[in-house]
Design a protein around this ligand. Structure first.
Ligand code: TXA
Ligand code: MG
Length: 330
């Protein structure tokens, strides 16, 4: 299959919408990461998403909308909490999990009785979704287990020849995926942390929000159990920022014949060793994180990342880093 590269002209947007309505796959930018779009009301199209990504079928997809009224095409109940999030936070980098309507296919929800809904903040994403006219399922547009793509070029790296088109927009501003908030119980539960923090959600809902911390806890978010965000080379994660310790770890790898790189805040602190800047603010770190992993895996055979921020937003970045490093915390 030849993958068309489209841009944001009216003509190309119309074509992208038509392709979606014909049951084809079209990748598109959002403010978090690029998504791999399919018509949510076309089961074959939805199923082909799993094939293109090599994604396990028990990991459900998020349904994307551009207009708040579309929530009712997908959800059978909208609780008072959900209505507050819809009214006061959306559109934003947040996904809410609600009870699903019967017309939402099991292919989307992996057989769950709930459905995840997201209204992206990015104008490009909303223009695309509007051109589609139907709700659009979209996982991140990467091959399963790889770092999510934050530029159209990275989408092409994984998806060229496997999907009908890539809508080529701006690099993603946020850089990590949306906060996933389960609102199907009285106690709101964050299944995946993101740029929308628990504090923001608590201030809107006026009640405490729990954050899923123990991945072994039996939860209804199958996606959290799989290998994720992994570069092609092994990775270690340091949370101390201790320069001597990091240099020592690096030198040991060199003695073993490896060619490592330090992904760190202060690149001037490591003598002649291979270094790459991770960023100096949480926003910068998030925005460049997956791109950095995809750059470094090409030139080095071991990545040592160091990240010390302890802010609320940092929790979501640490969640991705920990999983990229397959829990190899040093
Ligand atoms: O920022 C994002 O959310 C991006 C962009 C493209 O919108 N999308 C994204 O999709 O990250 P994906 O498929 O890579 O991650 C979806 C997450 C998974 O962890 C999945 O398990 C969870 O959402 N999820 C989907 N439906 C769910 C449901 N009904 N209940 C609980 N978790 C659900
Ligand atoms: Mg993903």
């Amino acid at each position: 299959m030849q993958t068309k590269l489209l841009n944001f002209t009216d003509e190309h947007l119309q074509l992208a919408g038509e392709l979606i309505r014909q049951g084809k796959l079209v990748a598109f930018p959002t403010e978090t990461v690029y998504g791999l779009g399919a018509n949510a009301f076309d089961e074959q199209a939805v199923l082909s998403t799993f094939t293109a990504k090599g994604r396990p079928s028990d990991n459900p997809l998020i349904v994307h909308i551009y207009d708040k009224s579309q929530v009712w095409q997908i959800a059978r109940e909208v609780s008072a909490d959900a209505q507050k999030i819809i009214d006061q936070i959306m559109p934003a980098s947040i996904t809410i999990v609600l009870p699903k309507r019967a017309n939402v296919s099991d292919a989307i929800t992996a057989g769950l009785d709930t459905v995840a809904i997201r209204m992206p903040k990015s104008a490009e994403a909303r223009r695309f979704l509007e051109a589609c006219q139907v709700p659009v399922t979209a996982p991140s547009a990467n091959t399963s287990s790889r770092p999510s793509p934050t530029t159209w070029q990275r989408v092409a790296e994984d998806m060229d020849g496997k999907i009908s088109a890539i809508l080529c927009g701006e690099p993603c501003q946020v850089g990590i995926e949306s906060t996933v908030l389960d609102l199907t119980h009285d106690e709101p539960l964050i299944l995946r942390p993101g740029v929308v923090t628990p504090e923001q959600i608590e201030s809107v809902l006026g009640k405490p929000v729990r954050v899923l911390t123990n991945p072994k806890e039996k939860v209804n978010s199958p996606g959290v159990k799989y290998k994720h965000y992994a570069p092609k080379v092994p990775m270690a994660l340091d949370l101390s920022g201790d320069t001597a310790k990091l240099s020592g770890y690096y030198d040991t790898l060199v003695k073993q014949g490896l060619n490592p790189v330090l992904l760190v805040e202060d690149v001037s602190a490591f003598g002649g060793r291979n270094v790459h800047p991770i960023g100096t603010t949480d926003e910068q770190v998030a925005q460049n994180l997956f791109e950095n992993l995809r750059i470094l895996e090409q030139s080095y055979n071991y990545i040592i990342a160091s990240y010390t921020s302890k802010t609320s937003f940092a929790t979501s970045i640490l969640n991705r880093l920990t999983r990229s490093a397959s829990n190899n915390i040093i």
